[in-house]
Design a protein around this ligand. Structure first.
Ligand SMILES: [Fe+2]
Length: 158
């Protein structure tokens, strides 16, 4: 089940029947915010960046603490898990650099577009490669455990 989010909504819902669905629903919201950042007006840039940083803090820490370890240990994809971890770190730096810029800076849009493309590529590797591999490798008990852990972890942020 995927859901379309209103980009300006500040809530970070936990939507989905299992861990992977929850993360894919986050991705929908992250992509909507990235589009708003690159295509929206200068006046919205600061608030969109804040909303992006907020959801990425929750989303990335869910993945880094629970899902990338599962990709490494259950799916046996150590190098890929490590690669994803590096990419979230790069995205954090890029967002920090954007938040240090004036929204009116003439290079803002180009920097935001580069950041959007990198995050979208990262999301595609998760959705098209690593998440399906995790889904295939995990047995029912491992899926249930991961979903329970993801829900519990995210409750800490509410
Ligand atoms: Fe993700």
């Amino acid at each position: 089940m995927t859901q379309t989010y209103t980009p300006t909504s500040s809530q970070i819902p936990t939507v989905g029947n299992d861990a992977i669905e929850i993360l894919i629903n986050d991705h929908q919201r992250i992509k909507a915010l990235l589009k708003e950042l690159t295509d929206g007006g200068e006046g919205q840039r600061s608030s969109t960046l804040e909303a992006l940083k907020e959801i990425l803090t929750v989303h990335n820490s869910t993945e880094e603490n629970l899902v990338y370890p599962a990709i490494q240990e259950i799916a046996g994809r150590k190098m890929h898990a490590q690669g994803l971890y590096h990419e979230t770190a790069d995205a954090n730096v890029a967002l920090w650099q954007l938040s240090m810029m004036w929204p009116q800076d003439e290079t803002f849009k180009a920097t935001a577009t580069k950041t959007r493309d990198a995050i979208e590529k990262h999301i595609s590797s998760e959705e098209e490669s690593e998440f399906p591999k995790l889904r295939e490798s995990a047995d029912a008990a491992q899926h249930q455990k991961l979903t329970a852990e993801v829900k519990k972890f995210r409750n800490r942020f509410h």
